[in-house]
Design a protein around this ligand. Structure first.
Ligand SMILES: O=P(O)(O)OC[C@H]1O[C@](O)(CO)[C@@H](O)[C@@H]1O
Ligand SMILES: [Mn+2]
Length: 460
C-alpha cells in the first residue's frame, strides 16, 4: 500500500547508481564501529530514544486517530506501533539493513544504495545497523519510519514529529517576538542607514541564523531544545565560538556591482537549503526577509524535506504552518512579519521547493548524477546557504578530513554556485580551519565537535 506522500510527489529525475562508487574512494567515511565514538553513541542510544518517542507519540494520539478514522484509526495505531517496536529491535540487536518494500519514487534508489554498501563490505557480508556508514544508517532510520507510516493507513500522512516540532515552536515564541520586533524597527530606520550599517545588520542576522541551528531536536534525542531568550543580546559573546567566519565573502558576493540601498537591484537569487523548523526556521525567514529588504537579492528560494526527517527538519507543512502561526498570533510585529512572508510567496519573491534528493543518504557530490534536475536548479542561484549539521556532513561526504583541508576541496565536484554552510558543530567533522586550531580545541574540550557550542559561516 502506497501512502499519499509517496504518490503525490512531483515527478523528479533520478538516476539510480551512477558515480557513487568512485565517491567512496579517498578519505574514509565516519563509521559506527568502535564504542566511544559519537556515531556509535548515536546508533546505540540516541536513535532508539528517538524511536521510543515516536512510539509514545503515536500511542498518545490514539484518541485523535479514533475520532478521525474510527476503528480503522485504532488498528493503524496498533500496526504502526508494532512496526516501530520491531524496527527498534532490529536496530538494537544489530540486524542486517533490510531493503525497502514500499514502492515509492525513491525506493529503488535506496535499495541500490544498500546493494552498493554491500559491495563496499565485500565477502558477501550484509550491512547491519552497527556495521555501516553512520550517515547512511541515520538517514535510513528516518526513511524506515516513513515506510512504517506508509504501511499504516489511514494514518500514513501523520507526521510523527509534528507534536514535538510544534511544541518547540511555542517554547521559543519570546525569542521570535524579539527578532520580529528587531526586524521591524530596522525597517523603519533603513533609509538612514549607511552601507556599513546595513552590512553590520546583515552580519547580525547571519549570526542569528547560525545560532538558530543549535535548536535541533535530533541532537537532543527529541527533548525540548528551544531558544527561550532573545539571541540578539548574546551575539557579541558568541562571536569567539565561530571557527570560520566568511561573512565578508557573503557580503561581497551579494553586493558586487550593486549600489547597495538602491531600489533597482539586479535580478539576484539566493537559495536557502533549510534545516530545522521552529526557532531556526524563523531565523531563516528573518534573514531571507532582510536579504530582500536590503536589496541584496530579488528572490529567495527555500528547499525543504519531502518527508519527516531528523526529527525537526522543515517540511512543506511546517513551512506553511509557521507562517500561519505568525499571521494568527496576537503580536503586532510577528503578524506583520507573517503578512510580509505570505505576500512574498504570493508575489514569487519567495519560492518553496521540494526534492527527494534531500532525504536520500547520498553525499552532495553525487547530486549532479542522482538528481540532475535539482543540480540544474541550484546552478541558477547566486548564493546558496546550506543550513545545519546534516547538510555539512553531506557537503563534505561525512569523511574524516584533516581540519585544514580547504572547504572547496572537501566538496569535491559539488560546485553548483557560490555556497555557504551555516552550521553549529554536532558531528565530528570539520574542514577549513587555520592550522593548529582543531588540535588546540581537541586538547581543551573533548566535545567541541558535537556539542553545538561552536559554529561556522563557511563560504566556498
Ligand atoms: O539539524 P542538524 O543541524 O542538521 O543536526 C542534525 C543532527 O543529526 C546529526 O547530523 C547526527 O545525529 C548530528 O550531527 C546533528 O545533531
Ligand atoms: Mn535538522
Amino acid at each position: 500500500m502506497r501512502s499519499e506522500r509517496c504518490r503525490k510527489r512531483p515527478s523528479q529525475v533520478y538516476c539510480v547508481l551512477g558515480s557513487a562508487r568512485s565517491s567512496a574512494i579517498g578519505r574514509s567515511v565516519l563509521s559506527i564501529i568502535g564504542a566511544g565514538s559519537f556515531a556509535y553513541y548515536t546508533v546505540k542510544d540516541r536513535l532508539p530514544q528517538i524511536l521510543t518517542k515516536v512510539i509514545d507519540t503515536i500511542h498518545r494520539n490514539k484518541k485523535k486517530f479514533f475520532e478521525e478514522y474510527g476503528k480503522e484509526g485504532v488498528e493503524a495505531e496498533k500496526k504502526a506501533i508494532s512496526i516501530f517496536s520491531k524496527l527498534r529491535n532490529e536496530m538494537q540487536t544489530n540486524k542486517p539493513i533490510l531493503p525497502l518494500t514500499d514502492n515509492c519514487q525513491d525506493t529503488d534508489i535506496w535499495n541500490q544504495y544498500l546493494d552498493y554498501q554491500k559491495t563496499l563490505l565485500g565477502n558477501g557480508e550484509d550491512p547491519s545497523w552497527f556495521r555501516s556508514p553512520w550517515l547512511y544508517v541515520e538517514c535510513y532510520l528516518y526513511r524506515r519510519i516513513q515506510e512504517g507510516m506508509s504501511f499504516s493507513p489511514p494514518i500514513s500522512e501523520y507526521d510523527v514529529f509534528r507534536d514535538v516540532k510544534n511544541e518547540s515552536f511555542f517554547q521559543s515564541q519570546q525569542a521570535m517576538m524579539a527578532l520580529c520586533t528587531h526586524l521591524q524597527e530596522l525597517k523603519k530606520t533603513i533609509a538612514s542607514l549607511s552601507k556599513e550599517q546595513r552590512q553590520e545588520e546583515f552580519y547580525r542576522l547571519l549570526q542569528v541564523s547560525l545560532w538558530g541551528n543549535k535548536c535541533d531536536l535530533s541532537i537532543s534525542g527529541g527533548q525540548d531544545n528551544s531558544q527561550k531568550s532573545s539571541i540578539l543580546a548574546s551575539l557579541e559573546s558568541l562571536k569567539s565560538f565561530i571557527l570560520v567566519n566568511n561573512m565578508d565573502s557573503l557580503w561581497n558576493t551579494l553586493t558586487k556591482g550593486k549600489d547597495v540601498g538602491s531600489e533597482n537591484a539586479l535580478k539576484t537569487r539566493v537559495d536557502i537549503v533549510l534545516d530545522n523548523a521552529g526557532f531556526e526556521l524563523v531565523t531563516d525567514f528573518i534573514l531571507a526577509d532582510a536579504i530582500l529588504f536590503f536589496n541584496l537579492a530579488t528572490e529567495v528560494h527555500f528547499h525543504g524535506k519531502c518527508i519527516p526527517w531528523f526529527v525537526s527538519d522543515t517540511t512543506k507543512h511546517d513551512f506553511d504552518w509557521t507562517i500561519q502561526q505568525f499571521l494568527a498570533v496576537n503580536h503586532k510585529w510577528m503578524s506583520k512579519c507573517g503578512q510580509t512572508w505570505k505576500e512574498n510567496l504570493k508575489k514569487g519573491s519567495w519560492v518553496y521547493h521540494e526534492n527527494l534528493f534531500w532525504t536520500l543518504p547520498h553525499e552532495f557530490w553525487s547530486m549532479e548524477k542522482i538528481a540532475p534536475d535539482l543540480y540544474t536548479e541550484l546552478k541558477k542561484s547566486d548564493l546558496i546557504f546550506f543550513k545545519g549539521d546534516l547538510n555539512y556532513r553531506k557537503l563534505t561526504g561525512d569523511r574524516k578530513w584533516d581540519f585544514t583541508v580547504p572547504f572547496s576541496q572537501a566538496l569535491k565536484t559539488f560546485h553548483p554556485a557560490p555556497l555557504c554552510s551555516i552550521r553549529t558543530l554536532k558531528a565530528d567533522i570539520q574542514v577549513g580551519l587555520q592550522a593548529g586550531i582543531g588540535e588546540r580545541l581537541s586538547a581543551s574540550d573533548a566535545n567541541w565537535m558535537v556539542s553545538g557550542k561552536y559554529g561556522v559561516i563557511q563560504f566556498s
